[in-house]
Design a protein around this ligand. Structure first.
Ligand code: FNR
Length: 378
């Protein structure tokens, strides 16, 4: 299955699986421990059923909306993923460029291969920055200043990564980030020459690199801020230092929502890190309604985890999400086809959402509400 023939996100994943050495595929595809939460993220969408509205005038439709005041063509954003260079040497630059051509938002991870200024300039004003706090909190201010100066529009504080989850596939494969060529990978890479060549070319950057005609500096920067527990004091410090919209990523229940709003948080992302952190937590689509109720319109609520279909986007919006984010799907697109692969993933989701809206009787995203979905069981 090549990227050109891919008709859905499962096909894109398959195209990436064929191109990537197994340890690299696993480091993207895998989750924590028994991967129960990871599987549940996708499975829980199946437990929701859509009730279409006949007779709706859906001849003209739009998937456009706004997120934190910025318009996006489709309510599908690109989640922060560290170490994207294992998928493709253009890594964050290719993803940012795809976000720009498809008029959506890319959330750039702290764990990056390219200078955050370069990524921001390629994203053309469509980037948010995901922050892992530096171990020495005295450096937080300098980091946030740099993010602001680069032009990022929102800051996303990830709060579910006190330590890294138990990624057993990686331990079995001997993979660690940043990915280095070790004997097992060299062996597997030999059987995947397309990937190996790309990885090696990416490891020897010239002073200037061309991506789709736009010259950018390839500094191969690794800001490997080690994750550490985020406290209320940290949140308050970040809020005081960052003057734009502040987003908290990694919320799974209503408990802290009121206090977060009081502290000045503008949006929350219902996320379990794609099932890569604490195994055994609910699927995000299960956790969403209680968070939406607790936030009570005081902030925007987004969701990521297991979104693989336009109908999944529809269901998340119906349960109160302003937009969703995808992680693995665009990394697979990136692996299979660079910037064009990421664009393909966004195009497929856009097409599927548009079709789902037409069939469900929704001409605009404002028409998508809770009455549209019911629970299959229970
Ligand atoms: C992630 N995710 C993540 N989140 C974050 O806040 N900072 C990060 O650096 C990373 N890195 C990362 C790497 C890889 C390889 C993956 C797959 C994921 C989590 C990510 O933002 C998002 O929450 C999930 O990927 C969403 O789930 P799906 O769409 O992958 O099912």
């Amino acid at each position: 299955m090549g990227l050109n023939r891919a008709v859905n996100l499962a096909d894109v994943r398959e195209a990436a699986r064929r191109r990537l050495p197994r340890p690299v595929f696993d480091t993207i595809d895998g989750g924590a421990d028994d991967e129960r939460t990871m599987r549940r993220n996708e499975a829980a969408f199946e437990d929701l059923l859509i009730s279409p509205r006949p007779f709706a005038d859906v001849a003209t439709r739009s998937t456009a909306t706004t997120v934190l005041g910025r318009s996006v063509s489709t309510p599908v954003l690109l989640a922060p993923t560290g170490g994207a260079r294992v998928a493709h040497r253009h890594a964050e630059l290719a993803v940012a460029a795809a976000a720009a051509t498809r008029d959506t938002v890319y959330v750039q991870s702290t764990v990056t291969s390219y200078a955050l200024e370069d990524v921001a300039s390629v994203a053309d004003g469509r980037a948010w920055y995901q922050l892992y706090l530096p171990e020495h909190r005295a450096q937080t201010a300098a980091m946030i200043d740099r993010v602001a100066a680069a032009g990022y529009q929102a800051l996303v504080l990830t709060v579910d990564t006190a330590v890294f989850g138990g990624r057993e596939r990686d331990r079995r494969n001997g993979t660690a980030l940043p990915v280095r060529i070790r004997p097992r990978l060299a062996l597997e890479g030999a059987a995947r020459p397309g990937w190996a060549l790309d990885f090696i070319r990416g490891a020897v950057p010239g002073p200037w690199q061309q991506i789709r005609g736009l010259p950018v500096r390839a500094t191969q920067e690794q800001i490997l801020a080690s994750p550490s527990p985020v406290t209320w004091a940290d949140l308050r410090q970040v809020r005081a230092l960052w003057h734009g919209p502040l987003v908290v990523k990694g919320v799974l229940g209503p408990e802290s929502c009121g206090r977060m709003m009081d502290e000045g948080v503008d949006a929350v992302i219902v996320s379990n890190h794609g099932g890569r952190q604490l195994d055994g937590v609910p699927a995000t689509i299960e956790a969403l309604p209680a968070v939406v109720d607790a936030v009570a319109g005081r902030a925007e609520v987004l969701l990521d985890g297991g979104v693989r279909r336009g109908t999944d986007v529809l269901k998340a919006l119906a349960l109160g999400a302003r937009a969703v984010l995808v992680g693995r799907p665009y990394l697979f697109g990136l692996a299979a086809g660079g910037q064009a692969g990421v664009e393909k993933v966004l195009d497929l989701l856009h097409l599927e959402l548009d079709r789902a809206m037409a069939l469900a009787g929704c001409a605009t995203v404002e028409d998508i509400d809770r009455r549209l979905v019911t629970r299959a069981r229970g």
